[in-house]
Design a protein around this ligand. Structure first.
Ligand code: COI
Length: 358
């Protein structure tokens, strides 16, 4: 793939953040972005790496009206020897193309995606924070840009990658968060778009999430749409419960949850630690009962942005149900240390999950 590297004037480079202590999440833009256009049934060359700047869209652009938008969330982790580590980027690319297919958008050649990402990272490397827990967050995105008000898929698309130096997603860091179980709204139904990383899935969750935040909860736990009984997913994470000494998480096959890369990796690591992992439906009433009869010993969420987040309580049916005395669990701590260790290159990666960017 040809890339046109557009120069940036010295005066246009941004000043870097002063401290890594309060980066927040996704708030700081780096200097450059990668862009590639799709027109006439093909991705157009050359791709461009240029200054991060606003993009111009016709007010009738399809993405603005009919939600043809998809994205990925990835991170580049800075290692002690100054490289950047990508974590299983192939999994993100596969998921990106699954989302594209579901949203009637063109798939992208994995090599184009990966080359664009690596070239951008090489140039923006100095933006990557050094501390463990912080990283250079990566947001590959695709939007339907064709003008027109008819409800139909766009014939033109823009693929772009932007980066943002970020700290931990939750201000709590690796400490327990509180979650509100949604009894009123649902996130996804079988046959819908729950497994796609499309903007509307997030937009549709904001009402419930803001209600949860007003009550002091970080996130919402979504139950299945049909029975409103089986736990599925948390706002920006997959969810795990240690129930009867078995690690449970929701199955992928109804197509209602996101196939998390961290979820998949945590399942593998947990199995290698010798734990039993079940991808099965688990009912909220059994979970609540389990919190009181000792069957539920731990809960945690997993996600690229959030990494692993221990869950200290669930609010359900007007009551807060505290898990493991609101303490980080032993299993989630072990999984977190292993995962983070691999991602930051602190321990050996026996899986071949890491792709180094020089
Ligand atoms: C990620 O984990 O990268 C996500 O995409 C979550 C994001 C919506 C904050």
């Amino acid at each position: 793939m040809k890339i046109n590297f557009q120069p940036i004037a010295e005066s246009e480079f941004k000043s870097k953040y002063e401290s890594e202590d309060n980066l927040g999440f996704g708030k700081i833009p780096t200097d450059r972005m990668f862009i590639l256009e799709y027109r006439n049934n093909a991705w157009q060359e050359p791709a461009i790496i240029k200054k991060w700047e606003p993009i111009s869209l016709d007010p009738s652009a399809i993405c603005l009206h009919y939600g043809q938008t998809i994205f990925e969330g990835q991170k580049a982790y800075r290692t002690e020897d100054g490289h950047l580590n990508l974590f299983r980027p192939d999994r993100n690319i596969t998921r990106f193309n699954k989302s594209a297919k579901r949203m009637m958008m063109p798939e992208i050649d994995p090599e184009i995606y990966m080359t664009g990402l690596k070239e951008l990272l090489k140039l923006e490397k100095d933006w990557a924070p050094k501390s463990v827990g912080s990283s250079l967050y990566i947001r590959p995105t695709m939007i339907g840009t064709e003008p027109g008000l008819g409800a139909r898929p766009s014939n033109q698309y823009l693929f772009y990658i932007i980066l943002s130096p970020s700290g931990p997603y939750f201000p709590e860091g690796f400490n327990c968060i509180k979650i509100l179980v949604s009894e009123k709204y649902i996130r996804a139904a079988p046959g819908g778009v729950g497994y796609a990383k499309t903007g509307g899935n997030y937009g549709a969750s904001f009402l419930m999430t803001s209600e949860a935040e007003k009550l002091g909860f970080s996130q919402v736990l979504w139950l299945d749409a049909i029975h409103k009984r089986f736990m599925e997913e948390v706002g920006t994470m997959n969810i795990f419960f240690v129930y009867n000494d078995v690690i449970h998480t929701a199955p992928l096959d109804p197509g209602t949850i996101l196939a998390g890369v961290t979820r998949e990796s945590v399942i593998q690591i947990a199995k290698d630690f010798g734990y039993t992992v079940k991808e099965e439906m688990l009912a909220i009433d059994d979970l609540i009962e389990g919190i009181y009869n000792g069957k539920v010993t731990e809960a945690f969420g997993t996600g690229t942005a959030a990494s692993i987040a221990p869950v200290g309580s669930l609010f359900y049916q007007n009551k807060e149900h505290v898990i493991n005395n609101f303490q980080n669990g032993e299993i989630s701590t072990k999984l977190y240390e292993r995962l983070i260790g691999i991602q930051y290159g602190l321990i050996e990666d026996p899986y071949g999950w890491i792709v180094r960017v020089p």
